[in-house]
Write a protein that binds this ligand. Structure first.
Ligand code: CTP
Ligand code: ZN
Length: 155
């Protein structure tokens, strides 16, 4: 077995998006925040706790057949600020981007305030302003400081 055989844990993809340099253990939260649950039929591979020079351990998510937009991936800055987004076409990396901190995230987090209009049976999407010390609900001003993954909305 060559070195390459031993190192290749997850196959390269032909077309799609590779989300690399996710902090170790955050891959499932990345999928949740992107709303990727496997029901669309796209092939998705997840590698967790791979050795990384930069991060010690990293997770990698590969989504075949879908090019994620900058807006779609920017929510990842909340849980995976060091993530690199690679757009793959015909096996080549044609674009490499970083996630950028958005000023507002819409429809991805659930407000912890049970009386908030966004948690009632109303068709109101949640909207949180992104600040330095957490995210703030634009409807009721509740602030989420820690454990954002626990507040990711199930689709
Ligand atoms: N990748 C993939 N399928 C391809 C091409 C690349 O799954 N057809 C993956 C690689 O395995 C890697 C990521 O996309 O996880 C980025 O590829 P590349 O830029 O070639 O790797 P590096 O130079 O190591 O990236 P970086 O400098 O961002 O660490
Ligand atoms: Zn609220």
């Amino acid at each position: 077995m060559s070195d390459n055989d031993q190192q290749l844990r997850v196959s390269k993809i032909r077309n799609g998006t590779v989300i690399d340099h996710i902090a170790g253990g955050q891959a499932l939260n990345v999928l949740a925040i992107l709303g990727i649950d496997g029901t669309s039929g796209d092939s998705v591979s997840v590698a967790m706790n791979m050795p990384s020079d930069r991060l010690g351990h990293k997770d990698v998510v590969k989504v075949e057949g879908r090019e994620l937009s900058q807006d779609e991936v920017d929510v990842l800055s909340l849980i995976a600020p060091a993530a690199t987004i690679n757009i793959i076409r015909d096996y080549d990396v044609v674009e490499k981007r970083r996630v950028e901190r958005p000023s507002v995230v819409e429809g991805v987090l659930e407000c912890p305030n049970h009386n908030c209009i966004t948690t009632e049976d109303e068709p109101v999407d949640s909207r949180f302003a992104v600040g330095d010390d957490g995210v703030r609900c634009e409807y009721c001003d509740t602030i989420i400081r820690d454990d954002l993954p626990a507040h990711i909305l199930a689709e």
